[in-house]
Design a protein around this ligand. Structure first.
Ligand SMILES: [Zn+2]
Length: 412
């Protein structure tokens, strides 16, 4: 028995990272049984594979071929049929072997002394593994989860062209742009961000054995848009501004994420096709054909139809006061009478009807009259009560301190 080595950061299951850099090219014929290992790597004793010391083994990595069973893969490695049956039996309650998915990585640990397979390890996702252990007389099947640590991190950026690019520039994962846009979706129309707008954010990141595997919640963020500061603090699962007012409102600012306004609400607009003054009673959001159009608020579908001017369109009723309408769709996604949730996809951007290019003409109705939705002071979600509000302010101060203590690059 070898002495247990000190675990390094490259501990359990890190073999995946080492082996992935090796050749994994695959030919079209390699679809049935993977007899040829796709990668072979002999690891030193510093490496652990799902808490198994790697020094006694040759570790091979492969991916589950299409339409294959655990049994055929193991047979390909010379595992006895009886052992396979035992493993299948032992897997009950741990993992359903029929759910093994093609193209998922696996690892085979071959004993250096007798060349027998001691372990077959199936990778379910970045953190979860199933270990088929045939090292000892009896077989064992168990799951192994890589430990995940959540760190708090700060990030900042200055917008040159888009929030998305600014987030990428700052070194954060691009999903943070979607997170931030989601947090401020009720306050800021991201089609109107200006060069020089900036943000700083305190967020969680998930680290697994030294490797960044994803981001968690935004804890707090300050975004400056056209010189005005917008604050967001996470409290009890929701976001609030610096006064404890909920950020969520009944309406989203825009029906298409990451689009651009191509024409504003204008009562004296010259129509691009009819070439005369016709009031434009909506806001046009240009986006590529097929971009999802989302409901800006919960509501019921009152129209889902077609006219020569509107093209394919959908109209929603949100309350006795408010209705919204979405024109020129390439495809409608809802039927009359359906209930939709805020953010739900109701159709796709197109250029049906009188339209010069793919866009959604968004119309906002208040008491039966079409108004400019960007000028409305729209109702917010339920406010915090007095007692909760004082607790919120304690939490807000703490979050703000943590945000301000973060060293930002670039400084904002
Ligand atoms: Zn329009």
């Amino acid at each position: 028995m070898k002495k247990v080595q000190t675990l390094s950061l490259l501990a359990a299951c890190a073999v995946g990272i080492a082996a992935l850099v090796l050749n994994t090219s695959k030919t079209a014929e390699e679809t049935s049984v993977s007899k040829e290992p796709l990668a072979v790597k002999t690891l030193t004793c510093q490496h652990m594979v799902c808490n198994i010391e790697a020094c006694d083994y040759e570790v091979e990595e492969g991916v589950i071929p299409n339409n294959s069973f655990l049994s055929t893969i193991l047979q390909g490695y010379g595992v006895a049929y009886k052992t396979i049956l035992n493993l299948v039996e032992k897997s009950k309650g741990v993992f359903d072997v029929t759910k093994i998915r093609s193209n998922q990585p696996y690892y085979v640990l071959k004993n250096k002394e007798n060349q027998e397979i001691d372990y077959f390890i199936y990778k379910q996702n970045i953190t979860d593994f199933i270990v088929f252990d045939m090292a000892k007389k009896g077989t064992k099947v168990y799951s192994y989860e890589r430990p995940v640590v959540i760190n708090e991190k700060g990030g900042s950026g200055v917008i040159v062209s888009s929030l998305y690019e600014a987030v990428e520039e700052s070194g954060m994962t691009s999903s943070m742009a979607i997170e931030l846009a989601g947090v401020f979706a009720w306050q800021i129309d991201f089609t109107r961000v200006q060069p020089g707008d900036k943000f700083k954010v305190l967020y969680e990141e998930k680290i697994c054995e030294g490797e960044l595997i994803g981001t968690g919640n935004v804890q707090c963020a300050i975004l400056t848009n056209s010189g005005k500061e917008f604050h967001a603090y996470l409290y009890n699962g929701g976001y609030y501004d610096e006064n404890g007012k909920p950020l969520e409102s009944m309406f989203l600012k825009s029906p298409v994420e990451f689009s651009r306004i191509s024409s504003r609400y204008n009562k004296r607009r010259r129509h691009p096709i009819k070439k005369r003054i016709i009031p434009h009673l909506g806001t046009d959001y240009a986006a590529p054909k097929g971009t999802p159009i989302i409901a800006v608020a919960d509501g019921v579908v009152t129209k889902s139809s077609y006219t020569g001017g509107n093209g394919k369109y959908v109209k929603l009723k949100h309350s006795s006061i408010y209705e919204t309408q979405y024109l020129h769709m390439s495809k409608r996604g809802v039927k009359v009478g359906e209930h939709v949730k805020q953010g739900e996809v109701i159709g796709y951007v197109g250029s049906t009807g009188l339209a010069t290019g793919p866009h959604v003409c968004f119309r906002f109705w208040k008491n039966g009259v079409q108004v400019n939705h960007l000028r409305q002071d729209l109702p917010a979600a339920d406010p915090l009560d007095e007692a909760t509000l004082s607790l919120f302010h304690l939490e807000r101060k703490d979050l703000r301190n943590r945000l301000e203590k973060t060293a930002f690059s670039p400084a904002v």
